[in-house]
Write a protein that binds this ligand. Structure first.
Ligand SMILES: C[S@@+](CC[C@H](N)C(=O)[O-])C[C@H]1O[C@@H](n2cnc3c(N)ncnc32)[C@H](O)[C@@H]1O
Length: 211
């Protein structure tokens, strides 16, 4: 993750996660019901898992990461923040057709799909279809293009930088994500404008939900 530094031997620290966690929690408080089982995909440092679980104490928060070396930091943040409703982190590769987890009421994922190949978005949407209960929510946070256009000049530059790093990366178009989501029985429910030209995007699992 860009901007990652260290503040202890185990806990990784990302300044961006510190900045955006408050506004995201405000939205999650409205969306996530008490008693919800939440799967976080791509937990990164674990700062979000510890903070959101502490802010939503009636939830059960399952952090996960594609990078096994991140798990120690995620666990350390949960422990240091005293968030007792955080489960031990597990390895989940969002792009994989096989996630070693159960059924959830919410799948939450921030700042992944633009920093990964498109196959990761496809895998994330498939995984949400498999693992969400009926009426469950997929909550995405990050930058998106809307109707084919960037929402700010800074996102244009950000997108250019991402694609220079890896041509498979880039800020995704919300309509393209919505189209694939619809094929996965995930209906677009709302988008919420967030600071720094980011969005929270919410999809709802229709159909029979996860088995
Ligand atoms: C920019 S960080 C975001 C971390 C955290 N969600 C946040 O917002 O602070 C992106 C994270 O995605 C993880 N990641 C990349 N590809 C992944 C995949 N296919 N499955 C799960 N995690 C992945 C990386 O290891 C990294 O920790």
């Amino acid at each position: 993750m860009s901007g990652r530094t260290w503040n202890s031997a185990v806990r990784h620290y990302a300044p961006a996660a510190e900045r955006n966690r408050g506004p995201i929690l405000e939205v999650l408080r409205r969306l996530v019901p008490d008693g919800a089982r939440v799967l976080e995909v791509a937990s990164g440092t674990g700062q979000h898992a510890a903070f959101f679980a502490a802010g939503l104490p009636a939830t059960r928060w399952q952090p996960s990461e594609g990078d096994p070396s991140a798990l120690a930091s995620i666990a350390a943040w949960a422990e240091s923040e005293g968030a007792s409703n955080v489960c031990a982190p597990v390895v989940v590769d969002a792009a994989s057709p096989d996630w070693p987890v159960g059924v959830f009421d919410v799948v939450y994922c921030s700042n992944l799909i633009h920093i990964a190949p498109w196959a990761c978005t496809l895998g994330l949407l498939r995984g949400a279809q498999r693992h969400l209960s009926p009426g469950g929510l997929l909550v995405l946070y990050g930058p998106f293009r809307v109707d084919g256009r960037h929402t700010s000049e800074s996102n244009v530059a950000f997108d250019r930088g991402l694609r220079a790093q890896d041509p498979r990366w880039g800020v995704r178009d919300l309509r393209e994500v919505e189209e694939i989501a619809a094929e996965r029985e995930l209906s677009f429910r709302e988008k919420v404008a967030m600071p720094a030209n980011n969005l929270v995007v919410v999809f709802e699992r229709g159909g029979d939900g996860a088995a």
